[in-house]
Design a protein around this ligand. Structure first.
Ligand code: G3H
Ligand code: 13P
Ligand code: ZN
Length: 331
């Protein structure tokens, strides 16, 4: 991960992080990356690992690397909630972990700065000798429907960042600038002439810590056409808006290097499956409805690779292994 983000910083583009839970999502990501020649960040949440009994998802993620050995791929733990979860991910072969020390182990209650530093530092000290990259978080996101997030937004305080980096040694930092997880981010359509997110926080942090890789969570765009398609085929999703691509591009221009997207793939798959089921009520072979779902996800993924600027950069550099990364951290 560190290499992928360092390379992105050199050329000032962003790399999307996509969450996976099953084979079709993993294939959609890899097919799009192969087609568009982008480095890849595949992420598994604790929920995804639980759903897949750890080992199934672990092997699906490994298959991505085996099938596409030339593409740079980071296998990332999303929202680790304690050292144990980080240890588990590393034992499974993940090359990057997030420790979300901004919340307590319940993934709901905000921690103090000191508590955040303590657990994040422990994870960095554990992960780096394995060559594994660590993403920390300062500030908290909104949105609780997925069980990750305090439900209240506490924006990142730029005054705390330098000290946090010095005390913990994290490689990347998730910042809270007003995004939230899930499909229900904004009730009214974002206006490009008004401040949607706290971009001034990103700019201030980048000014003070120009080498830091910032991460934007909760960055699904919740495309209207997907919501409409879901609703046209029997769904009931109320009017809602996500983070528009123009806002993400502003973030990338100001120093964001990793952009987390999960919900948009869920929406794309659901829209395609609902449409298929509606048009083919007599069919029941999962391969028949999962194929259009996979294609719909691949289309969204390709659009994000292009929009965030990582398309075409897969072969700019030779991907390093964890073994090599160990040496990087020893130095
Ligand atoms: O950050 C949250 C991701 O969207 C993962 O969601 O915990 O439902 O797998 P999940
Ligand atoms: P979305 O719910 O906006 O896709 O965010 C996903 C995320 O931040 C995963 O860590
Ligand atoms: Zn997140």
């Amino acid at each position: 991960m560190k290499q992928i983000l360092d390379e992105a910083a050199k050329q000032q583009y962003g790399v999307p992080h996509f969450n996976v839970n099953n084979m079709e999502q993993a294939q959609a990501i890899m097919r799009a990356a192969d087609e568009i020649k982008s480095p890849v960040i595949i992420a598994a949440s604790r929920g995804a690992l639980k759903y897949s009994d750890l080992i199934f998802l672990r092997n699906i993620m490994m298959a991505c690397v085996e099938k596409y050995p030339k593409l740079p791929v980071a296998l990332h733990l999303d929202h680790g909630n304690n050292l144990e979860s980080v240890k588990t991910a590393i034992s499974l072969g993940f090359t990057s972990v997030m420790i979300d020390g901004s919340l307590k182990e319940d993934a709901k209650t905000p921690t103090t700065f000191e508590e955040n530093v303590k657990v994040t530092k422990e994870c960095v000290q554990y992960a780096h000798p394995f060559g594994v990259t660590v993403e920390g978080e300062l500030g908290t996101l909104g949105g609780i429907e997925d069980g990750v997030g305090s439900g209240k937004v506490h924006l990142t305080d730029p005054n705390q960042v330098e000290e946090f980096l010095k005390l913990t040694g994290v490689d990347a930092l998730a910042v809270a600038i007003g995004t939230s997880h899930g499909a229900y981010k904004f009730k009214i359509k974002p206006d490009p002439d008004k401040n949607l997110l706290a971009m001034d926080i990103i700019r201030e942090i980048h000014k003070r810590c120009p080498n830091l890789h910032m991460v934007m969570h909760g960055s699904s765009s919740v495309p209207k056409e997907l919501i409409d398609e879901i609703n046209n085929y029997g769904g009931k999703i109320p009017e809602t808006y996500g983070v528009p691509l123009w806002a993400i591009k502003e973030g990338i221009a100001a120093g964001v290097r990793k952009i987390n997207v999960d919900t948009d793939l869920r929406l794309a798959a659901t829209a395609a499956i609902r449409k298929f089921m509606h048009e083919n009520p007599e069919k029941f072979d999962p391969r028949e409805y999962l194929s259009p779902a996979r294609e719909a996800m691949q289309k969204v993924i390709k659009e994000r690779f292009i929009a965030f600027g990582s398309a075409g950069h897969a072969f700019d550099y030779e991907p390093i292994t964890l073994e090599h990364a160990k040496g990087v951290y020893r130095k």
